[in-house]
Ligand binder design. Sequence first.
Ligand code: FES
Length: 356
Amino acid sequence: MPSGHTPSPAALPQTHPCTVREVRRLTPDSVLVTLDPGDRLDRFRHRPGQRVTFCLDLQDRTCFRSYNLVNPAGKLPQVAVKKVTRGGAAEHFNDVLRIGDVLNVVPPEGTLYSEQIDRQARHLILFAAGSGITPIFSIAQHALRARPDHHVTLFYANSSTRDIMFAKELEALANSARMEVFHILGDGGTGEDDSSGRLTGPRVAKLMNQYGGGDLPEHAFLSGPQGFMEAVEAGLQTAQRPIAYSRYSFIHQPHLHPADPGVDTLTSTVTVQTKAGTKVLEEVPRHLTLLEAADQAGVDMPADCRSGICHRCKARLVAGRTVAKPDQAGKKSLPTGWILCCQERPASGQLDIELP
Ligand code: FES
């Protein structure tokens, strides 16, 4: 669409005004926003995994952005938004939005969770990474209410405990004898078995053999970055029995304002050369460190402290630019051309690094 094009009213989805009733911090970089649609509350009843779309006027443009509804059935609509970039919609929700603001919102849409699922008792196996938890959290809440004989197992991957969204709420859900929650943390885990590292394909296959395979028919749901979902899919496909699954796509936005490019985030393609071969990380958001991006994509990188001290994550910068996290002043510096992957973020479209 050429820039300067004015959208015709027919091309725009119908929105309803919703007043912001609460903005609650979930993690240092995410918030839970409660909306009040007034007398249109009925239009905002949702199926698990559905999302609403906001028509936002940011400083430089109008854009549509969709987020999953995470409220329990019958309550005011809520979305959880994680800040991933500067200047985008997620920053607006995290840093600008105030109680009493009025947002124009397209009612819930999406078909992730089929009504078929609830026609019989099932074991729902949920895989989420980072903010990918939002549709999965909604599914977990729904499944426990929908039938007294559904069982739910959640595997939730994050870089560290501080990144866990809905930590308390998940703990409360896990009090049910019908739900188990396993946290998997890139920075070393919770001390429980199998709680550290990344979810790779072989690890998912092993988890399936360990925690699945009971009497109930199984259905898996996947939600997270592309590399994470590919790893989980590979694991499900190599498990000892076939497992039906559905995957949630964050990339596809149901509505696009004609004058908006559709993405807030600048991304980079990062090529990682190791002695074992070359891996390409696609669409790496620039707020992630290279180590976090590798974690999310299921690529193994050496790392220990994750705070710029041990130098185990050292890499040679072959091409492209990076930018250091702000708190790097005073840390021991590396020879020119070398970087610490736990401290540097991509700053160019293409980046090539080589691990020693
Ligand atoms: S993991 Fe220790 S310096 Fe990066």
